[in-house]
Design a protein around this ligand. Structure first.
Ligand code: ADP
Length: 367
């Protein structure tokens, strides 16, 4: 999705792809297939590049340090990115900055978890995504699986208080190396089975003070951690009216996909502008509401995808569709739709209908 604004701006991209045929490799001709955990691959791919950036945070921190030591502009840099790679490092830093977070501690044994108190949430400090590496535990017995899993992958475990939240919010900011920053409107997101399912921009009925607080948190974290590019701050809106930081991502984020059609400048374009230290574009919404719904493969892996176009596009000429060129697999994100307009219920209905249609949930009978 970075390729689209890169093409518009005439910026040549070179890609390190995990495998031939991956979404990004389909649209970036100048790509190399290789392992992002291999330093020599990273060195050869980045040779001659003006700047290096990422669409996931799993490139080993020490390799990023080596590339930076070679003189390459790595954005975000390893000192910032480590806070999106390692939840324990992130929690410690946010605590230092006085940013509100759930109560937390690193745990080395079940006894540590008992001392912290049940019920709580256990998380692997590294390598988790889409709810993988997160366990809700209420007893010592339930701690066995998280500890086994953490030991198998050689990572530590973090215990967090189980937050009683009203909903999940996301505050997106973008920052350039010279310090210019912009904050997008705060959005609400809903998850299904730990995977982001739907985003509403801006978050409906959000107290303006709380929205301001969430944006301030994002801008403060971006500045204090020296983030370059997009920073997504996932937050809990607690039932007693506070915001607490759940986690950080330093790349264009699923909760910012609405900006492709709903904001003056998309998160992808602003990420490119930021990592190139170009002036940022306006983050303002183009419409009162934008709803983004992800298209996920159904349980039997069957869906319509491209066959869904005639119906989805004819039903809603204002619908914006983004498919990733991925094969359908159960639970896999294969695309998303955006619907924008002045009426939230209408946007919700249009986006949900289209996503359900592509997924194959709606038969012809229901039409
Ligand atoms: P991932 O890195 O897999 O995205 P997260 O830390 O975002 O993991 O957790 C996944 C989901 O688990 C969150 O979206 C939220 O719904 C729930 N969750 C995470 N931490 C807590 C917590 N401390 N209290 C309550 N729910 C939580």
């Amino acid at each position: 999705m970075l390729a689209e604004p890169a093409a518009a701006l005439g910026l040549p991209l070179r890609l390190l792809a995990e495998a031939e045929g991956m979404s990004a490799a389909q649209v970036i001709p100048d790509h190399v297939v290789g392992d992002y955990r291999d330093l020599s691959t990273l060195r050869s791919v980045t040779e001659g590049c003006q700047v290096v950036t990422f669409d996931h945070e799993h490139v080993p921190t020490e390799h990023l340090r080596a590339l930076a030591a070679d003189g390459l502009a790595v954005r975000p840099g390893p000192d910032a990115l480590v806070h999106a790679q390692d939840k324990a490092v992130m929690r410690a830093k946010l605590g230092e900055l006085g940013i509100p977070c759930p109560r937390n501690t690193v745990v080395a044994s079940v006894a540590d978890v008992e001392a912290f108190g049940f019920p709580c949430v256990l998380k692997t400090t590294r390598g988790g995504y889409d709810g993988k590496g997160v366990w809700f535990v209420s007893s010592a017995e339930q701690c066995a699986e998280p500890f086994d899993s953490a030991a198998a992958s050689g990572v530590a475990l973090l215990a967090e208080e189980r937050v009683d939240f009203r909903r999940e919010l996301s505050a997106l900011a973008v920052r350039s190396p010279s310090g210019q920053a912009a904050a997008y409107p705060v959005v609400s997101s809903t998850q299904r089975d730990g995977i982001c399912h739907e985003v509403i921009a801006p978050a409906p009925d959000l107290d303006p003070d709380l929205a301001g607080e969430a944006q301030r948190i994002a801008l403060t974290v971006a500045r204090e951690l020296g983030v370059t590019g997009v920073l997504a701050v996932e937050l809990f809106e607690t039932t007693d009216g506070r915001v607490l930081v759940n986690e950080l991502a330093m790349r264009p984020h699923n909760t910012g996909h609405w900006t492709q059609d709903g904001a003056v400048t998309s998160q992808f374009e602003n990420h490119l502008r930021a990592v190139l230290d170009l002036p940022l574009g306006a983050p303002h919404p183009r419409a009162r509401w934008t709803v983004m719904v992800n298209i996920l493969g159904g349980p039997d892996g069957v869906g319509r995808l491209y066959d869904g176009y005639p119906h989805a596009l004819a039903r809603d000429p204002r619908l914006r569709v983004h498919l990733y060129g991925k094969e359908l697999r159960p639970g896999r994100k294969v695309g998303h739709v955006n619907a924008y307009g002045n009426d939230l219920d209408d946007c919700l209905e249009r986006a949900r209908h289209a996503a359900a249609w592509f997924r194959g949930d709606l038969g012809n009978d229901s039409e």
